[in-house]
Design a protein around this ligand. Structure first.
Ligand code: M6R
Length: 606
């Protein structure tokens, strides 16, 4: 995920682009850059790190008052977050400069084709391939608009791009396919950007672009075209009434809510390029690495819960013995490692001190470490022998939601990958899971609004509870732990997650009408066991919310029925129910949802 902006108008473009990028920094911040035309040359200034690094660099450049330009803030997908991979990228002639958000899936083959035609590349990015492809297309296709359309027709994947050309100063072209892009219509100035806050200080009139559309702006005009046919498209101008802060949250009240609702897209992004229609899983990151004989998963907090969930899949599909360890414990144990063992370090931020210390400890023993991280170029990602990125995009809210969803997706892919390599999965199971995964983003998208409504109602009903018990078995035990963590973290209501079968060994003493239970009672092989645990709770006058599937016999206070998929994919619908219940409870109680007390997004201390 990256942020892009393009401007043409009557104001100095560079400061305006920087201001716009500042508001897009939530989309990524590992490097940034701008391009503008000065003294008849295309100037591209880029810097590694946060936007402030680019600002300092620009301070020492003699930036003229260019009145148009493009800008980018990056969340690395192809290539390390270093300056030569930062955007904008130029074509070989140096006439075109481009910024891009998204992933071009067939960039490797296009790169080879362009190399054969004599193009050279100075970065590892897919973007540099696209801008050179446009330049190549211009040789045969006349205008830049024609060449742009031709090149877009050749790329597969997702993109929002903005393009500037030395031959047409003051003109910006842009296009979108499965990545956000909006057009801002001003007076004597026009804008394109990944998100409205980037230009909200200058205009509230916007045109929402659709997939397959491209746009040309200059200071005094704008036009939208069908990217394939180049025919003009009639568009409506909408007037925005949001303030800047809520717009950054895409109209959601909090980042947490926005991130919960981003989960369908997160699953799709994590699957992109890894799972295709056939019975094949592509994880080039792990090429040449044998499936481990034994896997030690090391993580903290929500990432630890994801690891516990992944353990079930590794064991049943790939037949790999797995232990899941809390990193702060693991790092101080005398862990016995055998030849063939590997460590999987799971961390959204890639900076968690305990997980990093555990990784360093086993690396000293020569044990191979695979990092499962969200933040590209983070310490854990860099220090692992191999890294699989979860591709969830930046997570702003301290409470981790979409990152866990992406971890579950990546763990599913990893277990399938090793299961297929070892031949331990029945072909029929593989087909079923692959087909379930391909429709999972749509299934979740469809289910989320109703799950949210129920979460709101239940949050109001149960918000006076002082304490909550979360119960689950099998795959739903880690989710019960996660549900309890979310509730305590943001609503400050005490909550405990327990394996449902353990309840009778102690916690049952706590059950009374004031101590509600949130049970994961979904339709898996362990449902009858959970059902009898809940009978035990009801017999002690405990109130029970059961997250369940249609038609399951339960005598509880609230049956919260969610749509049923195949196992283990039901977890992807159960997880947002837990997240939304915690979110709605915290919001109803007036808590600071995105920045709960005493917490930090990255725990870089022991
Ligand atoms: O960045 P990491 O995944 O390594 O972070 C681990 C935990 O600190 C994190 O999951 C924490 O528990 C979250 N705030 C939970 O919402």
């Amino acid at each position: 995920m990256c942020g892009i902006i393009g401007y043409s108008g009557h104001r100095p473009a560079v400061p305006l682009l920087l201001k716009g990028l500042k508001s897009l920094e939530y989309r990524g911040y590992d490097s940034a850059g701008v391009a503008y035309i000065q003294n008849k040359a295309m100037e591209v200034i880029r810097a590694e790190g946060k936007l402030s690094q680019l600002e300092s660099k620009l301070d020492s450049c003699n930036v003229s008052i260019a009145l148009s330009g493009i800008g980018h803030t990056r969340w690395a997908t192809h290539g390390l977050p270093v300056e030569h991979n930062a955007h904008p990228h130029k074509d070989n002639s140096g006439h075109l400069a481009m910024v891009h958000n998204g992933i071009i899936e067939n960039f490797q083959e296009l790169r080879e084709e362009l190399l054969a035609k004599g193009h050279t590349f100075s970065s590892e990015t897919d973007t540099e391939v696209l801008v050179n492809l446009i330049a190549e297309g211009r040789k045969d296709n006349g205008t830049l608009l024609d060449a742009f359309s031709w090149a877009l027709g050749r790329v597969e994947g997702s993109f929002a791009v903005a393009l500037t050309d030395l031959n047409e100063p003051g003109v910006i072209y842009a296009a979108r396919q499965s990545s956000p892009l909006v057009l801002g219509v001003g007076v004597g100035e026009n804008f394109v950007a990944s998100d409205i806050p980037a230009f909200l200080a200058y205009t509230r009139d916007v045109v929402f672009l659709e997939d397959g559309e491209m746009v040309r702006i200059d200071a005094n005009s704008w036009a939208v075209y069908n990217a394939a046919t180049r025919e003009a498209v009639d568009k409506k101008v909408d007037h925005i009434t949001w303030d800047v802060q809520s717009a950054q949250k895409g109209g959601y009240k909090h980042f947490m809510l926005k991130e919960i609702f981003e989960q369908p897209r997160v699953i799709a992004d994590c699957l992109t390029g890894r799972v295709n229609g056939s019975k094949e899983i592509m994880l080039p990151e792990l090429e040449g690495l044998e499936p481990p004989k034994r896997l030690h998963i090391v993580a903290c907090g929500t990432s630890f819960h994801a690891g516990l969930w992944g353990m079930h899949l590794m064991e049943s599909w790939a037949k790999i013995p797995v232990s899941v360890e809390i990193a702060s414990e693991f790092r101080y144990r005398d862990i016995i490692m055998d030849p063939g063992d590997a460590v999987l370090a799971i961390s959204q931020s890639g900076e968690t001190a305990d997980t990093l210390a555990g990784l360093r400890m086993v690396k000293e023993q020569g044990v191979p470490v695979i990092g499962l991280c969200n933040v590209v170029g983070s310490s854990i990602a860099r220090e692992s022998d191999r890294v699989v990125y979860t591709q969830a995009g930046p997570e702003i809210s301290v409470a981790s939601t979409k990152a866990m969803c992406s971890q579950l997706t990546a763990l599913t892919i990893l277990a399938l990958y090793w299961g297929l390599q070892k031949g331990t999965m029945a072909g029929q199971d593989v087909e079923q899971v692959l087909s379930g995964l391909s429709s999972l983003p749509q299934d979740l998208e469809k289910a989320l609004p109703a799950i949210h409504e129920t979460a709101k109602d239940l949050a109001r009903e149960y918000s006076s509870a002082r304490s909550f018990l979360y119960l689950g078995r099998g795959l739903y035990y880690p989710l019960a732990l996660e549900g309890a963590l979310k509730l305590k973290e943001i609503s400050y209501i005490h909550a405990e997650g327990y394996a449902a079968g353990e309840m009778k060994h102690g916690p049952i003493a706590l059950i009374d009408p004031e101590f509600p239970t949130f049970a994961m009672a979904l339709n898996d092989g362990l449902f009858p066991k959970v059902q009898s645990n809940l009978v035990e709770v009801k017999a002690r006058n405990g109130r029970v919310i059961a997250l369940t599937h249609e038609g399951l016999p339960l005598e509880v206070d609230t049956s919260w029925v969610i749509p049923e998929l195949i196992e283990p994919l039901n977890s992807f619908l159960a997880l947002p129910a837990l997240q939304l219940f915690a979110y709605e409870t915290a919001d109803y109680l007036g808590k600071d949802v995105d920045q709960p007390r005493n917490l930090a997004k990255s725990v870089t201390v022991e």
